[in-house]
Structure formats: structure tokens, C-alpha cells
Ligand binder design. Structure first.
Ligand code: ADP
Ligand code: MG
Length: 342
């Protein structure tokens, strides 16, 4: 049974960066204002995330890593109204099947922190022979999740990974994108043996400040900002679901070799080759041949029309009325770019 669970977990947690993405979303769901990531060996030896969010009650710790344990959905009708990032209750369970996972957490109401170790979906003792239960420890409000020796028991996953430098680059990419999307939250990401972080943002910035800090002054200087909404935003007709988008994108003065594209749908980092290609086409004739733009797009869709959690390995997202929505966004961006260059 545990072999099957491990294989299933490996489908959800593909690599260190995909584990980290789930953990960051949990920290954001917990209303953290500070998220600190520490990495050893590209996340394979150690991946640690420390937040200052609401914490987890001691009574919830025994079942925390069981599949479908979630505090984010209580009734079936919640499913269609879901606004938080995850509802599957599978991330921590999956991680516990393919790594050694330790959780240290403290809610405001608790007088001390509690520490618990997990393996294969269950609480495990801290040392052999001891009982499997959380133990009291010192700690500040919030949650620290430590993931060690990722894929130690799933050699096929481990061998599919790139070197630690490339895995670390993917981790930095995930942290950087979430930091842009959540400029009110302070993010840091560093290697365990280094004191200076490779990514760092203060809390309470704006999107533009975060982009400047993370992607450089040249991008930020030439940014255009648009807020775009569905034609029926007035809400007169209920037939077509409404949507809205916010975009920050470079103007004609900015040229890079490769497109930088950040896409969030309902606050979840996703990928869409279709949207990326459509947006690149908008820049044809605006940017010199062979150069590319920077685009950060945040889309809000009716949760009933998109399932960003359909399966974490389905990296390409699709949604209802995709073509029409993409066209509206591209039109608006094109108009702004043309207006800018006049
Ligand atoms: P989901 O996010 O889909 O609910 P997860 O497996 O990612 O499932 O997390 C399980 C539960 O653990 C969450 O619903 C939440 O209650 C709790 N949890 C996980 N991480 C944190 C965190 N950083 N702070 C507070 N609670 C957390
Ligand atoms: Mg989650």
C-alpha cells in the first residue's frame, strides 16, 4: 500500500520546487506576513519554510499528514466557491510519503510551540521506541515545515531530478514569482550555508517595487499597468461569468532575449503556453525582432469555470471561454502599448 501511496505522492510532488509551491500556498492561506525559505542541496537534502501565520492547533497535528485533511473546506457547496489556493488536503500527506517531514507550529492561543514528525501520512516518534506524539518546544507564532531527504524512498523520482544548481534555480523562480504576486508579504530564500539571501523582499511593498527589486530597475522603469475586466462586469447578465485581470508589462523600450512571463489564476501560479504565445504576438511589431517582453498577469476567474487544482502535474491550465478572455486581454494590452508609443 505504501508503495502505491509513494507513487501517487510522486505524481503530486515532482521536484523540490513543486513541494515548495504547495508549502508557500499553505503559508499564504495562513495569512503570513513573512515567509522564509532555507535550502540545502537544491532542496533535496533540506527544504525549510518558516512563516508567521495562524499556526496549527495541537489537536490537529495527529491527522495533519493524512490524505484529505484540510481546514479549508467544510461543506460540499464550499467547493464551488473556493477562494483559497488548495482544497485537496493532499500536499502535506504527499510530502510525508516521499520525505522526512517535521512540523513546528504555534498558534497565538498556545503558550508553547509543538513539534511533530511525519512519515507515510502518519505521526511518527522522534526516536525509536518512543510514542508518536507532538512534543512541546520553544517557538514563535507561526509554522515551520522542514522537509528532509526528499525522494529518499523513491529512487525513480530522485534520478529524474537535475543537479542541485538547476533545482535551486527553479526554487528561486517559484519564490520570486510568489513574491511579486504577494508584495505585502516579506519573502526570503537562501542556502543553508549562506547568510545572504538570494531572494529578499520587504513586507508592505507594491507590485512595481517588488518587480524592481526582483527583476531589476530596467524592467520596472518601462512597466505599463492595466486593469482589465469582462465586458459584462456591470453584472446585468448572469449568463456569462465575469472575470478580471491585472497586468504589468514592459513597453517598447524594454528588450530581453527571453520572455519573462508570470501567470497567476485565482492567486495560484500556473502555466499556459496558449496565453504566453498570444501575449508574445501582441509585441510583434512593437519590440525589435528577436527581443522579448516581461509580462506579469493576474487573472481572477469564476472558480466554477477553472480548476487550478485539477491535478498538480497538469501544469497547463485551461478554463471556460479561454479564447475570448485571452483575446480581450491581448486587445487591451495592445491598445495600451500603441498609445504609449505615440
Ligand atoms: P490544503 O492546503 O489543501 O488544505 P495541505 O495538505 O496543503 O492541504 O494542508 C493541510 C492542512 O494543514 C491545511 O488545510 C491547514 O489547515 C494546515 N496547514 C498546512 N500548512 C500550514 C501553515 N503553514 N500554517 C497553518 N496551517 C497550515
Ligand atoms: Mg495546501
Amino acid at each position: 500500500e505504501s508503495v502505491i501511496n509513494r507513487i501517487a505522492a510522486g505524481e503530486i510532488i515532482h521536484r523540490p520546487a513543486s513541494a515548495l509551491k504547495e508549502l508557500i500556498e499553505n503559508s499564504l492561506d495562513a495569512h503570513s506576513t513573512s515567509i522564509r525559505v532555507t535550502i540545502k542541496d537544491g532542496g533535496m537534502r533540506l527544504l525549510q519554510i518558516q512563516d508567521d501565520g495562524c499556526g496549527i492547533r495541537k489537536s490537529d497535528l495527529p491527522i495533519l499528514a493524512e490524505r484529505f485533511t484540510t481546514s479549508k473546506i467544510s461543506t460540499f457547496s464550499d467547493l464551488s466557491k473556493l477562494t483559497t489556493y488548495g482544497f485537496r488536503g493532499e500536499a502535506l500527506a504527499s510530502i510525508s510519503y516521499v520525505a522526512e517531514m517535521t512540523v513546528t507550529t504555534k498558534t497565538k492561543a498556545d503558550s508553547c510551540a509543538w513539534k511533530a514528525c511525519y512519515s507515510d501520512g502518519a505521526l511518527v516518534p522522534f526516536k525509536q521506541g518512543a510514542t508518536a506524539e507532538p512534543k512541546a518546544t520553544a517557538g514563535t507564532d507561526g509554522t515551520t515545515i522542514t522537509v528532509e531527504n526528499l525522494f529518499y524512498n523513491t529512487p525513480t523520482r530522485l534520478s529524474a531530478l537535475r543537479g542541485s544548481a538547476e533545482e535551486y534555480a527553479r526554487i528561486l523562480d517559484v519564490v520570486t514569482k510568489y513574491a511579486v504576486h504577494n508584495p505585502h508579504v516579506a519573502f526570503t530564500c537562501r542556502k543553508a550555508n549562506s547568510n545572504s539571501p538570494d531572494v529578499t523582499t520587504p513586507s508592505g511593498s507594491t507590485v512595481t517595487q517588488a518587480i524592481r527589486q526582483l527583476y531589476g530597475q530596467t524592467i520596472a522603469k518601462d512597466l505599463v499597468h492595466s486593469v482589465i475586466s469582462s465586458p459584462n462586469e456591470s453584472g446585468e447578465s448572469d449568463d456569462d461569468p465575469t472575470w478580471s485581470a491585472e497586468a504589468y508589462y514592459t513597453n517598447a523600450n524594454y528588450h530581453a532575449k527571453k520572455t519573462v512571463f508570470l501567470l497567476f489564476i485565482n492567486h495560484r501560479l500556473v502555466e499556459s503556453t496558449q496565453i504566453k504565445k498570444a501575449l508574445e504576438t501582441v509585441y510583434t511589431g512593437i519590440l525589435p525582432k528577436g527581443t522579448s517582453p516581461f509580462i506579469y498577469l493576474s487573472l481572477q476567474l469564476d472558480p466554477r469555470t477553472v480548476d487550478v487544482n485539477v491535478h498538480p502535474t497538469k501544469r497547463e491550465v485551461h478554463f471556460l471561454d479561454e479564447d475570448a478572455i485571452i483575446e480581450s486581454i491581448c486587445d487591451k494590452i495592445q491598445q495600451s502599448l500603441v498609445a504609449q508609443s505615440q
